[in-house]
Design a protein around this ligand. Structure first.
Ligand code: ZN
Length: 283
């Protein structure tokens, strides 16, 4: 794939995370997306073979005409992919290369390697030098540890924009900043030079990965800020399946998928032309 990581003249790609319908099989997710205005998918790798066999994934892309633009690394070690988390991560990068994805999303904390962050600080630059797939690190929701019923300390620091600064390329997750009480517009101002990838979803009262526009985050203004700054990365709609009404009729789910893509395009494009003054947010 000849795409550059960031191109000032290109509108960002808008894609759907397969995690948004993880309660369905991967093939059905591709089928439900057909005809939508999404430019492709982000595949979240988990313990289902469907999510990590390149040949099968490439056959879905060929069948439905939906490219894989990015790969989300698994949350923990998957034994068939490697004996520890770093080797699982390396296998994920190989998978991204084999399916033609341009970006990999990494959580700096993994279920099976709580000290992953240290490993990333020491090794990520080397890992990046060995692949043309862009390796991005994602901000995570704040998690406090309780002791004797009292909130004691942070389990990790990756809920805060300052902790994300040392990484060369970031995935900015709006809902994770939202539940961590971080203003997403301020975080974008602070981090935009290194943000290459967006996970977009809404948040309401601690509930994560809600449908865009159905929570309290200023997502329309945020997308407008991306548009105005000529963001050239990928905007991935990453929802909980309930946000797409998974389990109801296919028609309803398709409708929700279509409207989510339209929401992103509308707000990226309308305010991208700088017709909406900064001082007068649209909502
Ligand atoms: Zn995310």
């Amino acid at each position: 794939m000849a795409d550059e990581y960031k191109s000032a003249d290109q509108a960002p790609l808008v894609t759907l995370s397969t995690g948004s319908l993880y309660t369905y099989g991967l093939a059905r997710t591709f089928e439900l997306m057909q005809g939508s205005a999404f430019d492709g998918v982000e595949i979240i790798v988990d313990n289902r073979w469907d999510t990590r066999q390149a040949e099968y994934i490439n056959s879905l892309t060929a069948q439905w005409g939906i490219p894989v633009r990015s790969i989300h690394a698994p949350f923990g070690t998957i034994s068939e992919m490697g004996s520890d988390y770093p080797s699982t991560l390396k296998a994920t990068i190989r998978l991204a290369e084999e399916v033609g994805a341009r970006t990999v999303v990494i959580h700096p904390i993994s279920r099976s390697a709580p000290d992953l962050a240290q490993w990333l600080h020491a090794n990520l630059a080397d890992l990046q030098a060995q692949t043309r797939v862009l390796l991005t690190v994602e901000n995570l929701p704040r998690k406090l540890i309780k002791r004797l019923g009292i909130l004691q300390r942070d389990f990790h620091e990756f809920w805060h924009p300052d902790a994300m600064r040392p990484f060369a390329a970031l995935t900015m997750d709006t809902t994770h900043f939202g539940v961590s009480q971080i203003d997403i517009l301020a975080a974008w101002q602070q981090l935009h030079a290194t943000v290459q990838h967006i996970h977009l979803s809404d948040e309401y009262n601690g509930r994560e990965h809600l449908y865009p526009g159905e929570g309290t985050l200023p997502l329309a203004d945020f997308l407008g800020a991306l548009g105005r700054s000529r963001f050239g990365g990928i905007v991935v709609v990453e929802l909980h399946p309930f946000a797409l009404h998974a389990g109801r009729s296919d028609e309803k789910v398709r409708d929700r998928i279509h409207q989510a893509a339209a929401y992103c395009r509308q707000h990226l494009a309308v305010t991208g032309a700088a017709r909406v003054p900064e001082a007068q947010p649209s909502r």
